[in-house]
Design a protein around this ligand. Structure first.
Ligand SMILES: NC(=O)c1ccc[n+]([C@@H]2O[C@H](COP(=O)([O-])OP(=O)(O)OC[C@H]3O[C@@H](n4cnc5c(N)ncnc54)[C@H](O)[C@@H]3O)[C@@H](O)[C@H]2O)c1
Length: 250
């Protein structure tokens, strides 16, 4: 990853998948732009990486805002002149049965998890096309592959990310730009802590339901994203990469 410029969205949480990815690729030599709605926290994460001797910048961004994407790309190009990788990781989980799901929360779920991916890809592609290379990794979920109750809006957003990624991969493959989706199972991050807040027995029940009998760690996902960003994946595009301890193989 030496001298590669990579943007990772949703990277403010110290225990999250975005920061785990940013930390891993920064250690491999990438210049990393960490962005998040929470600008104070994301700058702290970037500072931690700089203190470890890496090249990292933290920036405030709402991934649903088109103008913010334009500003981000301008900033990254002014600094480094390149965008080699984009990791669309920012996300929220609206976990409600359809009967209890408001139109407003449906729209928010789709905007943050799916429309943001389109906006990010559209913003980064002209630079990647001019370079004749680039790798985009979009965070989907096992909920984008199989039906999970109380998960309809989240599933729709993540299923959309899965097929958006494949269709875009077809549009840009001849330009040597690769687009893949990653499908985490249950990974112990703030997102899961919030989801389980009202269900203290859920932790053990989830672990029991996973063939490997444990939730995943953020680095399990970061390893897959780092591989897809790297030249070791130079012939890999349009793929969907499940990292779930066997959950969806049952
Ligand atoms: N943790 C899991 O088990 C799991 C499983 C499957 C998929 N995923 C997906 O992986 C990604 C990362 O998940 P995580 O568990 O690290 O989540 P997390 O909640 O720990 O982190 C998500 C980050 O996204 C940021 N964010 C939310 N809305 C934003 C917006 N509009 N603009 C910019 N940033 C915004 C949040 O501030 C937060 O820092 C998400 O897309 C999630 O859906 C996670």
């Amino acid at each position: 990853m030496t001298d590669r410029t990579v943007i990772v969205t949703g990277a403010a949480s110290a225990a999250g998948l975005g920061f785990a990815t940013a930390r891993m690729i920064a250690a491999e030599g990438a210049r990393v732009y960490l962005t998040d709605l929470d600008g104070g926290e994301v700058e702290k994460r970037a500072a931690e990486l700089r203190e470890a001797g890496h090249v990292a910048t933290g920036l405030t961004q709402d991934v649903t805002e088109e103008a913010g994407w334009t500003a981000l790309v301008e900033r990254v190009l002014a600094d480094t002149g390149r965008i080699d990788g984009l990791v669309n990781n920012a996300g929220i989980a609206v976990l409600r049965m359809t009967a209890e799901l408001t139109h407003e929360s449906w729209d928010k779920q789709i905007a943050v998890n799916m429309t943001s991916v389109y906006l990010g890809c559209r913003a980064a592609l002209p630079t990647m096309q001019a370079q004749g290379a680039g790798s985009i990794v979009n965070l989907s979920s096992v909920a984008g592959l199989v039906g999970i109750p109380a998960c309809t809006a989240y599933a729709a957003s993540k299923g959309g990310v899965r097929l958006y990624s494949k269709a875009l991969a077809m549009e840009v493959a001849a330009s040597n730009i690769r687009v893949n989706s990653v499908h985490p199972g249950v990974i112990w991050t703030d997102m899961q802590k919030v989801a389980l807040a009202d269900n203290p027995d859920g932790y053990d029940a989830i672990n029991a339901s996973i063939p490997m009998k444990r939730m995943g760690e953020p680095d399990d996902i970061a390893n897959m994203v780092a591989f897809l960003l790297s030249d070791r994946a130079k012939y890999v595009t349009g793929g969907e990469f499940v990292v779930d301890g066997g959950l969806t193989a049952q």
